[in-house]
Design a protein around this ligand. Structure first.
Ligand code: SF4
Length: 723
């Protein structure tokens, strides 16, 4: 507080781009408009020196936050079918259409599709409205595309969605295994921390498991260039190897876990030779990795989209967790399976039940006791009694006409979801599409019946939780642009108009207090998500809240760095669960007509669908157009030259009689494996037509998590010749 008071032009907030959750110092100044009216301006940003996520660092994207924070492409007023309307009219229209559709077709005929960009307070009220008042589980989020497999993996193993580690573990470990992560580009500040730790301690070993030789490999002592999707076999093989070398922590297994025998029975079928054949990695390299894991007293496995975005993503994460449980490398400094989220508030959304199968405070929609507890706390008229539709199914049910109204908040599913053409067809024929966003134009907004202007990053005020469970404040720096309102306000306005009580919040602080109270409410010793130790915060305490890691209880008022330090887990028995894993390759495989596998992903300087980073010219200097990375020998085979436009068609679309295609610029790249392609997912129609590569991905997901397989689509390519 003293710091803020003595620097009135400085405001501390959090970066909105990725799950690292870096602290940002925003430099502000006061200016006046033509009429002499004073207003605040954002001048520049820098990393907050004391923030425990970044200690003063920012990556390229984060350092350009001030430049991207312009009114260019901002939605400034509500509209219906393109006509400007008052807020009252917009709210009344949304409330009455939702009410009518629910009355006629039941609560499951409506849905919310929200975003890891929302703050925890926004998420909380959206979830409360849908699950406690409308009475449906139909609220899902773009975090489904990002980390839902990791969530399900944690729940199976630990009994709760609980990340064991903290960022310090990345520096304190002896062996860091990146799998399915190009952290150098996607979580740059964590990568920088690891880079520094390796400089200080050259004995820190880094292994990268990834089909591509990415920028993260610059730090690697060993790179395993696996066949796409073969991660689970690598970790089953590791478990088998450790067992064969008597390198398991039998005491930990006996005292703190269950299910080891069937898990090992599966793993012992994965000898080095079989793993090598399945994963396409030489046995000598596998042995090297396995030996390092065996000899390291401390090791962390850092995983992200490459593991999660898969039809067997949950199994992959459990294959990783199994190895940590079997060696007791969990709940100790420098140890643990560590899933890193993509979106800045994917974790905060999880805490308040932002996924279709969850309730607030990490409770389960399918557990009658949890439902009763949440309903009695809310004193709500109803409570959803079954999980709602997950993202792929949600758009499918809209397409089939079963869901008749959808409210999309702060996301652009036309670009980010797989099989764009089905998503577009669904929205086109949906009775009522509401989009609340800060952007004035994106590929999804063109399908909206009602557009509602929401505040953007520099105007929003609330909390986010990063990948290490750390809650940080995003603070409002500037007045809302135009007529924009906060997401939580818009949701509460609609709820009240629908006749519901329980939405009379005056501030995001009020919502946070209710959320914290629910987390400790009659929790009967549940420790998996409790922030009741923060007490009831005053507005001033809330505004000054310093970054802190949950759980925060009366016994750990300063928060909790690491979970499971006492070897107790959140399952009924208190023991962690081994899960027997049968490794599987991606569901979609190549054939003669579609002979190549397309991996979609991210580049260093763009965020999501470029609605903000695309505004900053400097951020296009690194990579200025959507490239298709292809091995030079494959390029020769398909008569493609470097820099030439390439036409891609997807097997999934072709099977549906859809002639859709993408056009990308060939980048000849020896770091690609033969037969495999890589393309970034960011480009939307504003920056390049026909570059939306997720449209070529099949809408298939993990059977447990529902996370789409965005890393492996069978495609055909040919040179594009302009007629
Ligand atoms: Fe923002 Fe992530 Fe970069 Fe940190 S690493 S500055 S949170 S984009």
């Amino acid at each position: 507080a003293t710091m803020l008071e003595s620097f009135p032009n400085l405001r501390r907030t959090t970066c909105p781009y990725c799950g690292v959750g870096c602290g940002v110092d925003a430099q502000l100044s006061v200016a006046s408009d033509e009429s002499g009216k004073l207003f605040q301006q954002l001048i520049s940003v820098s990393g907050t020196p004391e923030h425990p996520a970044n200690f003063g660092r920012l990556c390229v994207k984060g350092s350009k936050l001030a430049e991207s924070n312009t009114l260019n492409n901002r939605m400034l007023y509500p509209s219906i079918k393109g006509e400007k309307v008052s807020w009252d009219k917009a709210i009344a229209t949304v409330a009455s259409r939702f009410t009518d559709i629910i009355a006629e077709h039941g609560p499951d005929a409506v849905a919310f599709y929200v975003s890891g960009q929302l703050l925890t307070e926004d998420y909380y009220v959206a979830n409360k409205l849908m699950k406690g008042y409308i009475g449906s589980g139909n609220i899902d989020t773009n975090s489904r595309l990002c980390m839902s497999s990791a969530v399900a993996g944690y729940k199976r193993a630990f009994g709760a969605d609980a990340v064991p580690c903290c960022y310090e573990d990345l520096e304190q470990t002896q062996l860091l295994v990146f799998t399915g992560s190009n952290a150098a580009w996607t979580h740059p500040v964590l990568y920088q921390r690891i880079e520094r730790a390796k400089q200080i301690n050259p004995a820190l070993k880094v292994v990268v498991i990834d089909p591509r030789q990415t920028a993260t490999c610059d730090l690697a002592d060993l790179h395993l260039a696996i066949k796409p999707g073969s991660d689970a076999a690598i970790f089953n093989g590791l478990l088998h190897y450790l067992d064969s070398q008597n390198a398991l922590d039998t005491d930990f297994i006996q005292r703190h876990t269950e299910g080891f025998v069937p898990c090992l029975e599966e793993a012992v079928q994965w000898c080095l030779e079989r793993v090598s054949e399945f994963s396409d990695v030489p046995a000598a390299q596998l042995r090297q990795f396995y030996q390092w894991f065996m000899h390291a007293r401390r090791s962390v496995t850092f995983y992200s989209m490459g593991v999660n975005q898969s039809t067997s993503g949950v199994d992959k994460s459990n294959a990783i967790i199994n190895c940590h449980l079997a060696t007791g490398k969990i709940g100790k400094p420098g140890c643990g399976p560590f899933s890193i989220t993509g979106q800045p508030n994917a974790m905060g959304g999880r805490e308040v039940g932002g996924l279709a199968n969850m309730l607030a405070a990490h409770m389960d929609i399918e557990n009658p006791a949890h439902r009763a507890l949440v309903q009695s706390f809310w004193q709500s008229p109803t409570i959803a009694n079954k999980p709602g539709l997950k993202a792929i199914d949600l758009f499918d049910q809209i397409h089939q006409g079963k869901v008749k109204a959808v409210w999309i908040m702060a996301t652009n599913p036309i670009v980010s979801m797989p099989d764009k053409d089905t998503v577009a067809a669904a929205l086109k024929q949906c009775d009522m599409v509401v989009v609340s966003d800060c952007a004035a134009s994106n590929d999804t907004l063109s399908f909206a019946d009602v557009c509602l202007p929401a505040t953007g990053w520099s105007e929003k005020n609330g909390t986010v939780t990063n990948s290490e469970r750390r809650i940080s404040r995003q603070r409002g720096l500037l007045a809302p642009a135009g007529e924009a309102r906060h997401d939580w306000q818009i949701i509460c306005d609609v709820a009240k108009q629908m006749g519901f009580s329980g939405f009379d919040f005056q501030s995001s602080c009020d919502i946070f207090n209710e959320h914290a109270a629910l987390s400790g409410f009659e929790n009967n010793g549940r420790r998996d998500f409790d922030i009741s130790g923060l007490g009831h915060l005053s507005l001033r305490q809330y505004d000054n809240l310093a970054p802190i890691q949950w759980p925060i209880t009366q016994f750990s008022p300063e928060g909790t760095k690491r979970l499971f330090t006492d070897g107790r887990f959140y399952t009924a028995s208190g023991k962690a669960q081994f899960i027997a894993i049968k490794p599987e390759l991606p569901q979609q495989q190549t054939d003669d007509a579609f002979p190549l596998i397309l991996n979609t992903g991210r580049i260093r300087d763009q965020w999501h669908t470029m609605t903000r980073t695309g505004k900053v010219a400097q951020l296009s200097q690194h990579i200025d157009k959507p490239g298709l990375h292809i091995h030079p020998k494959d390029a020769r085979k398909y008569l493609i030259k470097d820099g030439q436009l390439v036409k891609l068609r997807g097997k999934h679309q072709s099977e549906q009689g859809n002639e859709a295609f993408c056009l990308l610029t060939a980048v000849l790249d020896k770091k690609q494996r033969r037969g495999e392609l890589f393309a970034p997912m960011h480009w939307n129609r504003e920056y390049a037509s026909h570059a939306n590569v997720n449209r070529l991905v099949a809408a298939v997901g993990d059977p447990i998590s529902g996370q789409p397989e965005l890393k492996a689509a069978a495609v055909a390519i040919e040179p594009w010749h302009v007629a």
